[in-house]
Design a protein around this ligand. Structure first.
Ligand SMILES: Cc1ncc(COP(=O)(O)O)c(C=O)c1O
Length: 385
């Protein structure tokens, strides 16, 4: 093959071993992937059944859904978005591909944070764009600064930001996000804001880049708050004068997203109580996991403001997060994501816990870790490196 080489999601190896355990009748607590363990709201499932019974399910872009998303921006963010600026996509993943492909040309440099969601970097590489990683560690609470944007030399063509962020759950307030966007504007850097974790936060309001910069390209999805990852549906908001061209990319690369998912998503968007109930479950899981891990000696975790992840420094136990995660799944059936997925350098001493599981699963994971962590001995000869 002559395409660029991209790394897999290492958490996928953990998932495969967990699935094998389940097939063998062994327990497995799935905290490795960033997906809610609860399925879509019942009303969404009922709407999907109705669509299956009544709709021929051709290629579809539901105007009602784009209008409903526009209404969401008015109510949640106080901004008016013309529905023609909203493009429906096969998840935030397809939105990301279309944004990169349409906004940049091969060789362009695009900045993002390290640690960060692995597909940001890998998709750029696949499209022959050049990832520029901005290190943003726990010592700065995983918050990038305008000075870090100003210091990039030469200026990149784009900057991708996420708040809340994966894998850290870090969020930027309006002042922080505004200062970053201003630093980008000053250097003509185009901004993509991944707002996929909006709606899942613990006391702080998620600010949309669109509240600050109407020309920011925003991507979002039904995979997280709406608990519909396997339905493959998301959206992007783009400047009005780019909409036709980015839509042309989407249609050529993906045609339209799942029709049945669009009907379901329209119903899901009105299920405020149901959605909030699960956010409250995540909030309790977050507190329990932070305390439970601290009691096991995993301290110093920067408490996440949003999303459903803890990004934990386990440098006192290992310098090989992949080996740690492989052994956690094989020896006690706890699925964790190795930090190297998010940060190929410092990630060797971090793991990510997803707490989008049930409170029972959190308790089981903590009990299993309590019997295992104290005796953990790294088999890596480079341990003391
Ligand atoms: C930060 C971030 N962006 C984008 C995605 C892609 O999500 P999807 O394609 O399911 O919408 C994910 C998935 O985990 C993510 O964590």
């Amino acid at each position: 093959m002559r395409g660029a080489n991209v790394t897999p999601f290492y958490a996928g190896d953990i998932g495969a071993r967990g699935a094998a355990r389940q097939r063998a009748g062994l327990p497995f607590v799935p905290m490795h992937y960033g997906q809610p363990s609860a399925g879509a709201p019942q009303a969404a499932i009922a709407a999907a059944h109705r669509a299956l019974d009544s709709d021929p399910l051709g290629y579809t872009e539901l105007d009602e859904l784009r209008e409903r998303i526009a209404a969401y921006y008015a109510s949640a963010h106080g901004i008016t978005i013309e529905p023609g600026r909203i493009l429906l996509t096969a998840g935030a993943s397809a939105a990301l591909v279309a944004a990169y492909a349409a906004m940049f040309r091969p060789g362009d440099r695009v900045a993002m944070l390290r640690p960060g969601y692995p597909a940001y970097r890998n998709t750029l590489t696949a499209l022959r764009l050049e990832p520029v990683e901005i290190h943003c560690g726990p010592e700065q609470a995983f918050h990038p600064t305008p000075a870090q944007i100003a210091a990039l030399s030469p200026a990149p063509a784009g900057f991708l930001i996420a708040s809340p962020a994966n894998p850290t759950g870090a969020m930027l307030d309006a002042g922080q996000l505004g200062a970053l966007l201003e630093a980008c504007r000053a250097r003509s850097i185009r901004v993509i804001s991944d707002e996929i974790y909006h709606g899942i936060s613990f006391g702080k309001r998620a600010v949309s880049a669109l509240e600050i910069d109407p020309r920011a390209v925003v991507i979002n999805s039904f995979s997280k708050l709406y608990r519909m990852p396997g339905w493959r549906l998301g959206w992007m908001v783009v400047p009005a004068d780019w909409a036709a061209q980015i839509h042309a990319y989407l249609i050529n690369m993906f045609l339209t997203p799942s029709t049945v998912a669009q009907h379901a998503a329209l119903a899901a968007m009105d299920e405020h109580e149901d959605l909030e109930r699960w956010v409250q479950v995540y909030a309790r899981n977050r507190t329990r996991l932070l305390h439970g891990l601290a009691a096991l000696g995993v301290t110093g975790i920067v408490p996440p403001d949003g999303a459903f992840y803890l990004y934990a420094d386990i440098g006192h136990l290992t310098r090989d997060s992949m080996q740690f995660c492989l052994r956690a799944v094989d020896e006690i059936g706890v699925g964790l994501a190795p930090g190297i997925d998010f940060d190929p350098l410092e990630g060797r001493r971090f793991v990510r816990f997803s707490f989008a599981v049930t409170p029972d699963e959190i308790e089981r994971a903590l009990a299993l870790l309590a019997g295992w962590l104290p005796g953990y001995r790294d088999q890596d000869p480079a341990r003391s490196a």
